[in-house]
Design a protein around this ligand. Structure first.
Ligand code: ADP
Length: 466
């Protein structure tokens, strides 16, 4: 059976409080009760001792037991609800507080009955208990002078005061238990609410996200770290989904645009040929070819991307000198750069050896250097840097080109993402190059990042671990 968190927490708290109260109640009741009983038993012994001493005082060496002080024994017997009988050495009864102990018993029982009937509910659980008699020898000056019998009921040594004390103790245990229970109930309710309220709010936000509203954010105030983290994660998720949604929409329209432009050009040109408006000159056919080439490379890139994203894209790693490999790549780009009066320079640490997939490295550098070239301003400059660092190696490709607007920086590694600047420049790019570069770098366990300022240029940094 599924139970709400609030209910569950409340029940658990309540059971804990209840358990704690019961255990504390029983233990303290037992301990206090035991001590108290010991105290009462001692008190009873004192009482009996006093009676023995009193009885011994009745004895006179010359006259034996005299009658003079028997009143005191009688007073004891009545006051302490005891049966007292004193016998001399030859067994003659010297003193008897009642006619017989049985009579005494009956008297006690009828006394109890009266108390209960008179509505003294407080003492209703006081039972007469079993009748007991103790016999003690009477000794004076080391001489046996007789016997004393003290009779009482099991509980009769519990005076009314003692009973009241025990009762009050029990009542205070019950009362404090009750108060603790109410207190615990209140606290558990507050605590459970404090925990569940934010969770309910977060669930509501998540449900709204599920329904498609990605603009909602969970705004809760809580001092519980885990709940705050959950709320932050939900917000992060919403943000990511919102970005993905935006990218998806942008990608669809970008894709349509990328494919439609060459197709439209081809279509109008072929129509013009068909209508006889245009002659199929070599120059025109070449431009057809270029458009078809663009479409083909777009499709190729798409296919490469799909291949790359199959996680197990295999790396063919070998050990090679990265420094000289980079020099070679830069050299191969020089004609292209100098054709447009751009410069490409290098600042490369010598003899850096790596264990990597050489072809993939070439592709990474090719993508970065063609981008650098594509987005340069007239007479621009690109610098390639290779540094061996403690944590690994770092390759930087720095250009002083058109730069990337700040708002676009987080997205340029997404597929088909192109900044408006690059669109205006009409470079014929498709927004896939950096996506491929990023997955190639990551497949080697590396990281790629960019720093850029519009109109000033960009620096792409690739870091590979050792
Ligand atoms: P593209 O084929 O459009 O160059 P990329 O994935 O290589 O695709 O790049 C994505 C976008 O990032 C580019 O369209 C461009 O807007 C921006 N970009 C990439 N490199 C640079 C750079 N060196 N300078 C300025 N913008 C760049």
């Amino acid at each position: 059976m599924k139970m709400s968190l609030m209910k569950k927490l409340s029940v658990v708290f309540l059971l804990t409080v209840l358990g704690a109260i019961l255990i504390a109640g029983f233990v303290s009741n037992y301990m206090v009760g035991k001590e108290f009983n010991n105290y009462l038993v001692d008190e009873h012994k004192d009482k009996v001792n006093k009676i023995i001493v009193t009885a011994q005082d009745l004895y006179n060496d010359k006259t034996g037991f005299t009658n003079s002080n028997k009143d005191e024994l009688l007073r004891y017997a009545v006051l302490e609800e005891l049966y007292i009988q004193v016998k001399d050495i030859s067994g003659n009864i010297i003193f008897d507080s009642g006619n017989s102990h049985l009579q005494h018993k009956n008297m006690m029982e009828s006394m109890m009955g009266n108390m209960m009937q008179s509505g003294m509910g407080k003492y209703s659980n006081m039972s007469a208990g079993e009748y007991k008699e103790e016999t003690h020898p009477l000794v004076k000056d080391k001489k046996n002078i007789g016997m004393i019998v003290v009779g009482y009921f099991g509980t009769s040594y519990l005076s009314q005061g003692a009973l009241t004390f025990k009762m009050t103790l029990n009542h205070s245990f019950i009362l404090s238990g009750f108060i603790a229970l109410i207190f615990g109930l209140g606290i558990s309710f507050i605590l459970a609410r404090q925990l569940t309220n934010p969770l309910v709010k977060i669930t509501k936000t998540a449900n709204e996200m599920r329904k498609g509203d990605l603009t909602v954010r969970s705004e809760i105030r809580t001092k519980t770290r885990e709940i705050e983290e959950l709320s932050a994660s939900i917000n992060y998720l919403a943000e990511t989904l919102q970005n993905q949604e935006m990218l998806r929409k942008r990608m669809t329209s970008d894709m349509a645009h990328e494919i439609r432009t060459p197709l439209t050009t081809l279509k109008t040109h072929v129509e013009a040929l068909l209508d006889g408006i245009w002659e199929p000159t070599e120059e025109r056919l070449q431009s057809f070819y270029d458009e078809i080439e663009r479409l083909t490379s777009l499709v190729d890139n798409l296919r490469n991307l799909a291949k790359l994203e199959q996680a197990d894209s295999k790396l063919n790693k070998t050990k090679f000198n990265l420094s000289s490999e980079l020099e070679k790549i830069i050299l191969s780009f020089e004609p292209l750069y100098s054709k447009d009066s751009h410069t490409i320079m290098s600042n490369i640490d010598k003899n850096v050896w790596v264990y990597m997939d050489k072809d993939k490295l070439k592709q990474i550098m090719h993508n970065l250097l063609s981008n650098g070239y594509k987005y340069l301003k007239p007479q621009g400059k690109v610098v390639v840097e290779l540094k061996k660092e403690r944590e690994g190696i770092c390759i930087k490709v720095q250009d002083n080109g058109i730069g990337i607007p700040e708002k676009d920086i987080p997205y340029i590694f997404e597929r088909f993402y192109r900044t408006d600047l690059s669109r205006n420049k009409n470079t014929g790019g498709s927004g896939i190059g950096l996506t491929i570069t990023k997955s190639l770098v990551e497949s080697h366990g590396g990281k790629i990042s960019v720093e850029s300022k519009e109109e000033e240029g960009s620096t792409f940094m690739v870091q590979f671990p050792k």
